[in-house]
Design a protein around this ligand. Structure first.
Ligand SMILES: C[S@@+](CC[C@H](N)C(=O)[O-])C[C@H]1O[C@@H](n2cnc3c(N)ncnc32)[C@H](O)[C@@H]1O
Length: 319
């Protein structure tokens, strides 16, 4: 019953959240945003924050001709003492799914479709006239995951509570009450950039689904900090990162993941060669971690979501 009320609250706040907030663009605001460590939308919380675990499962798959790395499979394989971190967990829908039951996953699917359908923006853009249209669109988002992956998601949900892995969700803002337990904790009200390293548990698996790694203006600081808390062999799946890097002002910019492959040590970058190109996976190797320090140079275009940022290499090194 309590869970029912939590869902109800989630629905109300979720609907509220999907409506874009208007925000004064006075000079004080501009000054704050220009010097801020992350994109303005993080402070406004003006984006989708209620994705469910199935959407993570569908998006976080790195598929190549001979291999496939799947977030949900890695999550399924975590041991009870190991940690999963969601860097930018929003309203914690994906996290909470791990600790409910298979039945809850079905309820969450319906609730999420309802939230999507209730968004005027989405309804107008997509021409949806019935709830089933939103349900079909949601099913599409799950389609990146194989039937086997989705079955693992249900099996994980049904696993006895104490045998599930530990999770931590990091979010600057949260719109609903998320019931924390000794298995699931939330770090909220602070930017990840401002959380002391030692507060971040050492983890085996992490995700950022349009999260911290899509909106930061301190990308190398954030990557270095997150990866220095990764256990050897840990995997960080990132979806929706629109960042480019220039080695110098005169040189052309290259995608951050391509640049990291060349310039960082202690990590291996996995990018898909087959569709689902929005995703990359970073695997922590046992070598010492290092990468050049990047500084924010500029934003390209005003309306891209997530923002397209260009960073410039400096002569300093994180190590
Ligand atoms: C677009 S929402 C996505 C939420 C969730 N992953 C989902 O798919 O529904 C971005 C989330 O990342 C969080 N976030 C972004 N940058 C952050 C930062 N630098 N520190 C802490 N949280 C951040 C926001 O507060 C928000 O929770």
């Amino acid at each position: 019953m309590t869970r029912f009320y939590i869902y109800l609250l989630w629905l109300v706040v979720g609907l509220n959240g999907l409506a874009y907030e208007s925000w004064g663009r006075g000079s004080q605001c501009d000054e704050f945003y220009n010097s801020a460590k992350a994109s303005p939308v993080v402070f406004q919380n003006a984006f989708e924050t209620s994705r469910i675990l199935g959407e993570y499962a569908g998006g976080l798959v790195v598929r190549n001709v001979f291999s496939q790395k799947s977030f949900i499979r890695d999550l399924f394989q975590l041991r009870p003492e190991e940690f999963y971190i969601d860097f930018g967990t929003g309203d914690g829908g994906a996290l909470e799914s791990i600790y409910g039951s298979g039945r809850d996953l079905d309820v969450e699917f319906k609730m999420r479709a309802q939230i999507m359908f209730s968004s005027l923006n989405l309804r107008e853009q997509q021409g949806w006239t019935r709830l089933e249209h939103a349900e079909d669109a949601l099913k599409d988002r799950l389609r990146g995951a194989s039937d086997r992956d989705l079955e693992m998601m249900y099996r994980l949900a049904e696993r006895p509570f104490q045998l599930k892995p530990n999770s931590v969700g990091i979010t600057y803002k949260v719109r609903r009450v998320i019931p924390e337990t000794d298995k699931m904790k939330l770090m909220k009200d602070r930017l990840f950039e401002d959380i002391p390293d030692e507060e971040i548990p050492r983890y085996k698996l992490a995700s950022s689904f349009f999260g911290v790694f899509s909106y930061t203006k301190k990308v190398s600081d954030v990557l270095f900090k997150a990866l220095s808390r990764a256990e050897p062999g840990a995997r960080l799946y990132i979806y929706g990162m629109n960042f480019m890097v220039k080695d110098s002002l005169e040189k052309p910019s290259v995608p951050l993941e391509t640049w990291l492959k060349k310039h960082a040590t202690g990590i291996k970058i996995h990018t898909p060669t087959l569709p689902n190109r929005g995703v990359i996976m970073i695997e922590r190797t046992s070598e010492a971690l290092s990468m050049p320090v990047l500084k924010f140079l500029k934003q390209v275009g005003e309306h891209e979501t997530p923002p397209k940022y260009i960073f410039l290499r400096t002569s300093d090194i994180h190590n």
